[in-house]
Design a protein around this ligand. Structure first.
Ligand code: 13P
Length: 249
């Protein structure tokens, strides 16, 4: 299946002044890991993160971007700006941005296309709420999120996209999806990608699980055939815990 990628999503945590040393600590603690290691940081931490990651295996990602190239968009950051400082990845459509910042399937699609155009690797987040899971519409909802996110994207470009399955009810709650639940949805996502593009392309996709993933449960989740990595919130803020997840690959 896809290449293993363990990405930390720092969210609104850590200061710019803490970033350099912390990324160095992540690089040291994750040395020899059998996966790509990514730290996604707040915008203001990115330059320090990139500096610290230079000459190491760690890649740096942003937590968002704007879909326009430039112009009168106060407070926004473009793909060119991220590329210019040496960022490689960008998280798109995190459920927190969908909830608090009016992110929609349409803006996710525009941002994904812009990231690909500019050579950033998008980590596109999808996932259901507890109500949607209990209503039995998880896969229907995720099929819509995936189809809209990938609208107008060629198979060649699509393969560069990382998909993160993050059930909203598992984020920051300590309530992880069971490995079986996560595998079922990640396998379903791979099937949808296979139908949108081709079954062979789907095999090459990296599909991450995210939601209370930690050093205790990572090995079981990552052992599943359709889970090719993790998008880690809380546990990415402590270098040793984050490193233990990368070692579970
Ligand atoms: P937690 O690992 O803190 O549950 O967060 C998951 C997440 O939202 C990563 O993007």
């Amino acid at each position: 299946m896809g290449k293993y990628i363990i990405a930390g999503n720092w969210k609104m945590n850590k200061l710019p002044s803490e970033t350099y040393d912390y990324v160095k600590a992540v690089a040291a603690a994750t040395a020899g890991s059998n996966c790509e290691v990514v730290c996604c940081t707040p915008y203001v931490c990115l330059a320090n993160a990139v500096e610290a990651a230079k000459g190491t295996h760690v890649k740096i990602g942003a937590e968002n971007l704007h879909f326009e190239d430039k112009g009168a968009f106060t407070g926004e950051v473009s793909a060119d700006m991220l590329k210019d400082i040496g960022v490689d990845y960008v998280i798109i459509g995190h459920s927190e941005r969908r909830e608090y910042n009016n992110e929609t399937d349409e803006t996710v699609n525009l941002k994904t296309k812009k990231a690909l155009e500019k050579g950033l690797i998008p980590i596109v987040c999808v996932g259901e709420s507890l109500e949607q899971r209990e209503a039995g519409i998880t896969m229907d909802l995720i099929a819509i999120q995936i189809k809209k996110a990938f609208a107008g994207i060629s198979a060649e470009d699509a393969k560069k996209v990382v998909i993160a399955y993050e059930p909203i009810w598992a984020i920051g709650t300590g309530k992880t999806a069971t490995a079986e639940q996560a595998e079922e949805v990640c396998g379903g996502i791979r099937k949808i990608i296979g139908e949108l593009y081709c079954p062979k392309c789907a095999e090459d996709f990296t599909i991450q699980y995210g939601g209370s993933m930690n050093d205790q449960n990572a090995a079981e989740l990552l052992a599943k055939p359709n889970i090719d990595g993790g998008l880690i919130g809380g546990a990415s803020l402590v270098a040793d815990k984050f490193a233990a997840i990368t070692k579970a690959c």
